[in-house]
Design a protein around this ligand. Structure first.
Ligand SMILES: [Zn+2]
Length: 362
């Protein structure tokens, strides 16, 4: 089996000064993979991204958003200064170009998974995407990589059922916004979005009552975790909610928005995960992909701001994708009793109650 790693130096050219979403994040990942000699292993293949077309970006974004990113990038080039799209989303001269390749890297990987060159893939791309909705870039994000990839699979590749799993510490509000009424192309999509409770973290959304409307009703699943929730809490989400739902939904492709800012040391968030937690979660998700989707998983990078911890977490995910259990582990962390009681006695039953009208499994 072959696991693809999408990377290109173009992603370093979205260079936005001292911003926490820095090009050093990707350098850290690639350096660590080299140090571990992962790129010398024939089971892994480096994938060169292509540029997404404007028609593909338009699958989810309005023309006004695309035009704004292009023009602000041109302004950055002309003035030689970093520009801003909003309070936390910065743009350099090459941001527009890098963003087209960020989407295109995901599309290239999706193609190679579908044509059998790859079993699965990890797209080490930036800028990230999950906070951008159809009309607004936000939260360090430019084009919504994962949403465009989902639409690409529906519209150009004939895929009919996609599951998106977003495990960034922040709610994937851009992605859930885009699919809140269901996919416009007629594909079936379900999204599982775990994150730190919006009462305690940006963007302040992603509560269990936000379940989608119209064709999307019952298909957006939010799992707001209290601060300091550790590895055990995400496994409960999988066992109680994701697994039964995906056995019913039978996804043909699984797309993952992977943010590594759930690590207990992350400077922007207050979660309590170890750096092996994402890989252990992925192991479970992979069982579903193997059952229904011929193993097809594409992971795209979102956040993660402790560079060395993120590099280890990504390495672990790559090992799991490639069926290798030999992970780098730190001391296990368990959630506090109050956190576990809240999850088991309140959050999970309340979430099942919300979903019951739409899913036979509850
Ligand atoms: Zn995040």
């Amino acid at each position: 089996m072959t696991t693809g790693i999408v990377y290109d130096d173009i992603y370093l050219l979205h260079r936005i000064g001292n911003h926490v979403e820095s090009h050093h994040r990707l350098i850290g990942i690639m350096d660590f993979l080299k140090e571990k000699k992962l790129l010398d292993n024939p089971d892994f293949k480096l994938i060169t991204p292509r540029k997404a077309t404007l028609d593909q970006i338009r699958y989810v974004h309005e023309d006004s958003l695309i035009k704004e990113v292009k023009e602000v990038s041109e302004l950055a080039e002309k003035t030689g200064h970093i520009q801003s799209l909003d309070l936390d989303t910065s743009v350099s001269a090459k941001t527009y170009e890098a963003s087209l390749y960020s989407v295109g890297g995901n599309l290239q990987a999706a193609d190679e998974i579908l044509n059998g060159n790859l079993t699965n893939a990890f797209a080490a791309v930036r800028p990230p995407g999950h906070h951008s909705n159809s009309y607004k870039c936000a939260g360090f994000c430019i084009f919504n990589n994962i949403a465009i990839t989902a639409e690409y699979l529906f519209r150009e590749k004939g895929i009919k059922r996609i599951a998106i799993v977003d495990f960034d510490a922040h709610a994937g509000n851009g992605t859930s916004d885009i699919f809140y009424n269901g996919s416009k192309s007629g594909g079936e999509l379900v999204m599982f979005d775990s994150h730190q409770d919006g009462r305690t973290l940006y963007p302040g959304t992603g509560f269990i009552g936000e379940i989608g409307t119209k064709k999307g009703e019952g298909k957006i699943i939010n799992y707001p975790m209290p601060p300091r929730a550790a590895d055990d809490v995400i496994m409960i989400f999988f066992d109680e909610i994701i697994s039964p739902m995906l056995y019913e939904f039978r996804p043909e492709f699984i797309l993952i928005s992977a943010g590594f800012d759930t690590h207990w040391t992350d400077q922007l968030t207050g979660m309590g995960w170890t750096y092996q937690a994402p890989a252990n979660y992925l192991k479970k998700i992979k069982t579903i992909a193997e059952e229904f989707a011929q193993g097809r998983i594409l992971i795209t990078l979102e956040g993660g701001y402790e560079i060395d911890k993120q590099a280890r977490a990504v390495y672990n995910c790559l090992k799991v994708l490639n069926n290798d259990d030999d992970l780098i582990e730190e001391n296990p962390i368990e959630s506090g009793k109050d956190v576990l009681n809240y999850i088991n006695d309140k959050l999970i039953p309340a979430l099942k109650d919300k979903l019951k009208p739409y899913w036979n499994c509850f």
